[in-house]
Design a protein around this ligand. Structure first.
Ligand code: Z5A
Length: 212
């Protein structure tokens, strides 16, 4: 029987460089002959992608804070059971753009919902699955905003519902990630994401290479 694969998650505020670094990581792992399953949250299943559309919508009937939390959790439950557990059981690495810590940071610290209740609901939704390593890309909000604006101008898009939540909300989210990283230093690696792509990548690979 194959050894269980590794489960790596990337967390942090929007525009911190998660997708960019995940692309590099998956390429590196594949070049080493490792099977990689790359997913994003919310998403990764048909149901999850539909939830993503609903959650980003700025025009429809906005979910309440509790309904928002439950939508993220439902998308996660579907992803874990349908995709992540089978991949890990056959020995693949799973690399996820956000996971359960985002719910604690955004819906707990950001929206002000009960963090302990969210932790219990996360455990239920994840069927007990926890990341082996969580890379927290820490980037000052003003730098992230200017990176995102440059991207939006290039792509012609605009901020979604959660992106538009305001500076105080995003400061609480960042504080939430920092507290979680400090509370679980064995799982979290805090990466200074303010450097160039190459410097950030080197810090990430230094943490993950010993697991290959
Ligand atoms: N959410 C939640 O509330 N609760 C939950 O439980 C979950 C999620 C799971 C998902 O957003 C939203 O859902 C998110 C949290 C919430 N909302 N907010 N706000 P998403 O998946 O659409 O997007 P995101 O996760 O917020 O990330 P992003 O905007 O796609 O950013 P990123 O992936 O971290 O960054 P990037 O795309 O790699 O880089 C951003 C730009 O910077 C891009 O133009 C890059 O080329 C550039 N870049 C990247 N790295 C560098 C460096 N090192 N230097 C300079 N420029 C760089």
């Amino acid at each position: 029987m194959a050894a269980r694969g590794r489960f790596i998650t990337f967390e942090g505020g929007e525009g911190a460089g998660k997708s960019t670094q995940i692309g590099r990581l998956c390429e590196r792992l594949e070049s080493l002959g490792i099977e990689v399953v790359q997913v994003r949250e919310p998403g990764g299943t048909a149901l999850g992608e539909e939830m993503r559309r609903i959650l980003a919508d700025t025009k429809g009937d906005s979910p309440t804070d509790r309904a928002e939390a439950l939508l993220f959790l439902a998308a996660r439950a579907q992803l874990v059971e349908k995709k992540l557990l089978p991949a890990l059981e056959r020995g693949a690495w799973v690399v996820s753009d956000r996971f359960s810590d985002s719910t604690i940071a955004y819906q707990g610290y950001g929206r002000g919902l009960d963090v302990e209740a969210l932790e219990r609901m996360n455990a239920f939704a994840c069927a007990g699955l926890r990341p082996d390593v969580t890379l927290f890309l820490d980037l000052p909000r003003d730098v992230a905003v200017s990176r995102m604006r440059a991207r939006e101008i290039a792509a012609g898009g605009g901020p979604d519902r959660i992106e538009s939540a305001g500076d105080e909300f995003h400061a609480r989210v960042a504080e939430g990630f920092r507290r979680m990283a400090a509370a679980e230093p064995g799982r979290f690696a805090t990466i200074d994401a303010s450097g160039g792509e190459e410097a950030v990548w080197e810090a990430i690979w230094k943490r993950l290479k010993p697991l290959t």
